[in-house]
Design a protein around this ligand. Sequence first.
Ligand code: ADP
Length: 612
Amino acid sequence: AKSARGLAESAEGTLRGDKGLKEEGDVDQNRFLMRAISLAREELCLILCAFFCLAVSSASGLLLPRFQGSILDHAINNDKPKFKSEIQLLIIFTVITGLFEATRNLCFTVVGKRVLKTLQDHLFMGVIRQDIAYFDGTTSGELTSRLTNDVSSMAEPINWMLSSIVRNAVALVGAFILCFSISWKLSMLAFTTMAPIMHITAVYSRWSRELNRKRYALLAEANSAASEALGNVRTVRAFSTEEVEIGRFKSKTQAAMQKGVRDAFAYAGAVAVNDWLDLGASVLILWYGGSLVMQGRLSAGKLITFQLYWNQIQSAYQSIMSVLMSLTRAAGAAQRVLSLVDALPDIDPNAGTMVSTLEGDIKLQNVHFHYQMRPQHPVLTGVSLHFGQGQVCALVGRSGGGKSTIVHLLMRFYDPTEGKILLDGWDMKHLNLKSVHEHMGLVAQDTQMFACSIAENITYGLRKHTVEDMEEAARYANAHDFIMRFPEGYATRVGERGVRLSGGQRQRIAIARMLLRRPKILLLDEATSSLDTESEALVQEALDRLISEGGRTVVLVAHRLSTVQNADMIAVMEKGSVVEQGQHEELVELNGVYQRLVRRQLSKGKSTVDSG
Ligand code: ADP
């Protein structure tokens, strides 16, 4: 029964382990595992204490079968005083074993929890500092899975791996020697069953690992199908495609389940054979050992002691197997987690020269750019532009021309692949990005909110502010009235990603943020197409206030004719380059792309120079 449990553990280890079994080499995995274990360095005191308890409990645990056997012999021989004293010793050693075992367990568990926390923190720090390009290529589902699954797959076994391997190795070797000291013939006989048990465990593990590798791949597909459907739940509802999504999900879970069932059958078979061999060993021990007892060559107590040691060997072996399985799993997880912890972003926000003030003069010099995800697709091809200090500059042109990309480059979400961006004459790459961002503000097309209160969203990232300032900014951004209409006012929680607010409301909150921050450089990626007319007018008014505050360089991706008309400089973008540049009147007179854009929009009766 013990070996069956051991096999179950090792099988479970295999099951769970397969997530970790990626293509990467074992050597590399072990290197990462050692790094993971080295994270436990800070817990050295606790670990030493745990190992001390381990030594005591292992030693006293190994003595228990001795007492049990000799107690039986004293009972048979009717030796009352010895019987009594051995019973007392047995009780004392049982208490000692239990006590130290519990303390060992406690120490290792605490170490495990603390290492888990350290890892989680390291990983989150590693992830959030990655380049924006990194997030373009990774789903948030994948990242959260690393933060939760991989980290616990990695940290969880560290605790019991350390203790279990040592404890079981001691038990195995100790019990082995003690078995031979009782009777070498009996030992040899019992050990003949070990070879087939080892073989079956190994064969089953290999097979199951392969099967589960496939099963986990299917489960991962099910997960990504689910997260895609749930992430786009409004689209799914709008198209009434719930059944399609359910079908897609079910087909993956069904296939995974079938693999799981196959594994269950094989597992049952392996356990059955293992149990027979295990019980067979006991039969052999009793048969041969019993005959030794009958011949008077072995006492009954010694036979019992032998049997108890034999059980220890069995369970220690199975435990070690299961630890080795989960080691593979931990190593795989460790590799994925630590490669991320160690990965240094190309754009380090903390490096470079600090800036305390900015004038707000921006120059793009022959900027080329493509997104990492699509290297074959040039997005900017030699853009040179000058956004003068305190000027309002507009980027217009058809959709896909690269306007938002310029805004991204100015925020340094990405670096140009060629060319330079100069801020007050300094190459932006050499400036400390954190300090630059203090003087820069972005109102993006899709305003991102946190699932906290409106007040917290407006003041996000600000260290110092007063409630009056915040309310004034909101008033100025045409947001105060709608906020006050909520029963909880500024304390209203906006839900995940701000779902409880309309697009126009989110935009006005974003504008309020900027009014509060008063950045020297303001980047606006206007989005009005999704707003209703009333909302649009309110947003427009707020934007106009923000833009006309003065003393600030504004770069806006503009759609509205009114904003564009008043701009100090308009750049018309097409297919990644600037095709026309100047003020409204100059550009209209050119009778080119800009003029066509304006005419098209005016004829549609909209006051936008839109990107159709
Ligand atoms: P515009 O703002 O003028 O509409 P964008 O700068 O948004 O244009 O996009 C320019 C080109 O870059 C488009 O072809 C778009 O598909 C591509 N693009 C935008 N963002 C990404 C991204 N994160 N990864 C890959 N390609 C992108």
